[in-house]
Write a protein that binds this ligand. Sequence first.
Ligand code: HEM
Length: 312
Amino acid sequence: MDPPLHDVYRRMLIPEFSVRRIREMRPAIQEIVDRLLDDMLEQGTSADLVETFGLAVPSLVICRLLGVPYADRDFFQSRTRRMVGAAPEAPQDSMNAAMEIWHYLDGLITEAEREPGDNLVGRLVTARRESGELSHDALVGMTFLLLVAGHETTANMIPLGVLSLLRDPGQLAGLRADPGGWPLAVEELLRFHSIVDWIAFDRVATEDMKIGGQAVRAGEGLFVLGASANRDPRAFERPDELDLRRGARNHVAFGYGVHQCLGQNLARAELEIAYRTLFERIPGMRVVGEVEELPFKYGGPIFGLHALPVAW
Ligand code: HEM
């Protein structure tokens, strides 16, 4: 979607992702992370971190954000897991789960139209009534976009970051000694992994232009390789090295320009709380098996791991 309509929608959502609003959400995120780790520890001494933690954290955070009632969380979580985690050979399963979520959100919004709660959906419904700018279907579409954009990204970033940290005990020890270093570490993990690559940045030129000396004609497609920018030696020294104290905030892991990630403050808070709490509570965690044999998601739109077996 392009401006000016894009601006109208985006402006409605900006206050929901402000630094202040996300700061207010931190205790709720901490509670979600703590509960999931309680469950994991109760279950035994090993787990698949993708299933039990990576997928669960963003799913429950989004439930909270959208005001999904507690009783519906299992339904919501299982469908989001199927939508995001379906095997590549069974795309229909993912489509079916997406349809079920769409219907669910449709119902959630109808409910909020009757009685708007004090959450993102409630506030949007109220704003829509006041301004008349947003149709019911547009609202369903918007919440669905938030769910997809905020779920798969964070769900992949959590296990990948954990893996990187487990493979680098020296830097992990540094973070344990100085937990104030976590925000910088999160930025570097985002840069280093650049999980959202060309699929998010694909564009069609609306007019003739020149980019980096290259002529692009109106109507031509562009694939901007975000990961390549994030490993550009002109922008970052030793770009292929994970340096958790690098402090480089000029990465493009959240995109650039008018579509830059709306949920980046939330993503940063989720990642920081998830990594810090996990390593505080399970200091002896280790990867089970050979890293080279882990099932990485090559070829998918967003990089990540299908599974990360860990033990402690
Ligand atoms: C590690 C986590 C995340 C990463 C790496 C990430 C990355 C990105 C990127 C690269 C874009 C730009 C796409 C483009 O230019 O076309 C984007 C857009 C977006 N992201 Fe995120 N994202 C993350 C988490 C989240 C979260 C938690 C939410 C909200 C719940 C969210 C909501 C959005 C939305 C709504 C857009 C579209 C913005 C627009 O078009 O104006 N993202 N994200």
